[in-house]
Design a protein around this ligand. Structure first.
Ligand SMILES: NC(=O)c1ccc[n+]([C@@H]2O[C@H](COP(=O)([O-])OP(=O)(O)OC[C@H]3O[C@@H](n4cnc5c(N)ncnc54)[C@H](O)[C@@H]3O)[C@@H](O)[C@H]2O)c1
Length: 354
């Protein structure tokens, strides 16, 4: 396979960003097709990213040089089945993932699926089982923080044992504001899910119990929305993690993680980029957009996915990771309602994948 021909399903905020990344800056891949029920959006993106190989772009100024034409395929399942699409990026809303993942498995198409894998643990387990039946790993889940240089360095430090055994994590996850209709359970399933994956990855164990509670909500959120939320995870190896998720923080996008080990701690996400002193103030900028904070993570994630896909491999979070995260979030939503700790029940990994 000389160049991986990629199709993107769902070209809203995340999908358009990935499509652009593939068309303009990912080596060994080109964007060949996009699909979205909002056909005007898909058409506009295809026109913007279409280019002629080696030239400055068929769409003229602004086309993606060297990418070649990008076509719009209205039906996502048709895009997945298309003979000229080697691999798929799924950036449709979570509720559409299950059907589209099954189609990718049916057609043997490698897929980078944005989180969440699916909307609940039962359907996520069905995906894991269906992939296992295919006999090779085709699904990578878009937990991109694992590719963020700061998180990767933290993981390396903890795994090196230099600080002794890791005991716990403190996490903070704040957004400037959430879109209208972002309900309490979405804070768990769509936002906290990143810390669920990071805790499993950094602490190297499954989460066995989760407690999610909430203080009185911010007066700036819609009635009934429990924002911020505070969660505690217990892991199978005796470690623990906590996380504050506050999706209407007003100020900007902030993701921090402090790992506490036997002989020291390590913190990432302090945002200590350019520090200015001007106009009687000191400090740095705090962008509101997660695409700015995690730009490098997305770039590395997609480049490594392309490279691994060409080799016929997976190089990142697996369908099992997506399933485990879905199971923890489901328990987390139950805990948010009851205020009590909820045990996480996972299928036996060896039995499912054995
Ligand atoms: N990894 C991350 O940091 C990150 C960040 C943001 C979003 N996401 C995930 O990316 C996915 C998309 O989120 P978004 O923020 O881009 O949402 P969005 O609403 O901006 O875009 C979703 C797009 O999907 C289209 N769509 C709706 N139903 C569809 C279907 N059945 N098939 C194909 N397309 C369909 C919509 O028309 C829209 O253009 C979600 O799974 C979300 O959780 C991940």
């Amino acid at each position: 396979m000389s160049e991986l021909r990629v199709g993107v399903v769902g070209v809203g905020i995340m999908g358009a960003d990935h499509a652009e990344r593939v068309a303009r800056q990912t080596s060994g891949a080109r964007l060949v097709a996009v699909s979205d029920p909002d056909t005007a959006r898909a058409e506009a993106l295809a026109a913007r990213l279409s280019g002629t190989a080696g030239a400055s772009g068929a769409a003229g100024f602004g086309g993606a040089p060297g990418n070649g034409p990008v076509r719009v395929i209205n039906d996502p399942l048709e895009l997945i089945a298309a003979a000229d699409v080697d691999a798929v990026i799924l950036a449709s809303p979570g509720f559409a993932h299950a059907e589209q993942l099954f189609a990718c498995l049916e057609h043997g198409k490698p897929v980078l699926c944005e989180k969440p894998l699916t909307m609940d643990a039962a359907s996520a387990l069905q995906v894991v089982e269906a992939e296992h039946k295919v006999g090779r790993q085709l699904i990578q889940v878009g937990f991109m923080r694992r590719f963020d240089p700061e998180y990767a360095e933290l993981k390396q430090l903890l795994d090196s044992g230099e600080l002794g055994r890791t005991l716990l994590l403190h996490n903070v996850h704040r957004n400037q504001s959430a879109p209208p209709g972002f309900r309490s359970e979405m804070i768990v399933r769509d936002s906290m899910v990143h810390e669920v994956d990071i805790a499993r990855w950094l602490l190297d164990a499954e989460i066995t119990q989760i407690t999610v509670q909430a203080p009185k909500p911010s007066s700036l959120v819609d009635d009934g929305v429990r924002d911020p939320q505070l969660a505690v995870f217990q892991l199978a190896n005796g470690t623990m993690a906590d996380v504050e998720v506050f999706v209407n923080f007003q100020v900007g996008y902030e993701v921090r993680c402090e790992a506490v080990a036997e002989r020291g701690s390590a913190t990432i996400g302090l945002g200590s980029g350019v520090f200015t002193r001007a106009d009687g103030q000191w400090g740095g900028a705090m962008p509101a957009d997660f695409r700015v904070r995690f730009a490098r993570a997305y770039d590395i994630e997609v480049q490594r996915w392309v490279d691994a896909t060409v080799r016929g491999e997976i190089d990142g979070p697996t369908a099992w990771d997506g399933y485990a995260a879905a199971a923890v979030c489901e328990a987390g939503i139950e805990s948010l309602t009851s205020g009590r700790p909820v045990d996480v029940t996972l299928a036996d990994k060896d039995e499912v994948l054995g």
